[in-house]
Design a protein around this ligand. Structure first.
Ligand code: PGA
Length: 256
């Protein structure tokens, strides 16, 4: 089995200003540029993508957007298309649970966004996750398989494709999943990907854990065999904490 390069992404959500975004990018460039064997991605709000790209140019840090529309252009006030993003970032978060919850995102719209992003060679970070209610009702597996199948319908993936498993009940709550629970659930997602794409592509896919990851608990997740990095919200807004997370991912899971 080939070793997967872990990927740690900072999801800034709707935080920062032009000043604090510049400061955070600069601080991260200084503190994590030299950490090898782990892919590092910073996902600021749209207005700061150009600034992030400029500040991080020539470093090992990559830039990602937090969403993308599926049409290329047209009368879609307020939307941002894949061709607009390609000059600013390499990655794009798609299907985050906050978009599903507050903005009516469905498996079908997630699928359209994924297709549109891939058509422009943007690399998606495809998010899935069950709510607390769904887990308590024993519906975790069913929900995740539906999200994976629906999101990835008619899509070919390349080796290294990124999925983020983010249980909704763990996001922003300070109550993360346990490493064991996340590992088991990610294993289930990987098995479903194997049934869709075959064992080799499923083994090469990188599946992150997300939900209240911080400097203190990252080691617990990185100790698990199925977990290939983290999608980090709140803790990614503090340069020292995000640095500690990336360092731990590199130390415990880094390749090369
Ligand atoms: P959190 O957010 O780390 O603040 O829980 C994670 C996410 O929503 O990606």
């Amino acid at each position: 089995m080939s070793r997967r390069t872990p990927i740690v992404a900072a999801n800034w959500k709707m935080h920062t200003t032009v000043r604090t975004a510049a400061e955070l990018c600069q601080a991260l460039r200084e503190s994590i540029d030299g950490i090898r064997g782990v892919e590092k991605v910073v996902c600021p709000p749209f207005p700061f993508l150009a600034l992030a790209r400029e500040t991080l140019a020539g470093s090992s840090l990559k830039v990602g957007a937090q969403n993308v529309y599926w049409e290329e252009k047209g009368a879609f006030t307020g939307e941002v298309s894949p061709p607009m993003l390609v000059d600013f970032c390499e990655y794009v978060i798609i299907g985050h649970s906050e978009r599903r919850k507050y903005f009516g995102e469905t498996d079908e719209t997630v699928n359209r966004r994924l297709k549109a992003a891939l058509a422009q060679d943007l690399r998606p970070i495809f998010c899935v996750g069950e709510t607390g209610e769904e887990r308590r009702a024993g519906g975790t597996e069913e929900v995740l398989l539906r999200q994976v199948r629906g999101g990835l319908a008619d899509i070919e993936i390349a080796p290294g494709f990124v999925v983020a498993y983010e249980p909704v009940w763990a996001i922003g709550t300070g109550v993360p999943a346990t490493g064991e629970m996340a590992n088991e659930t990610i294993g289930l997602i990987r098995r479903e990907m194997a049934s869709l794409y075959g064992g080799e592509l499923a083994q090469a896919a990188r599946i992150q854990y997300g939900g209240s990851v911080d400097g203190a608990n990252i080691a617990e997740f990185m100790a698990e065999p199925e977990i290939d990095g983290a999608l980090v919200g709140g803790a990614s807004l503090k340069a020292d904490v995000f640095t500690a997370i990336v360092e731990a991912a590199g130390r415990l899971k880094g390749t090369g």
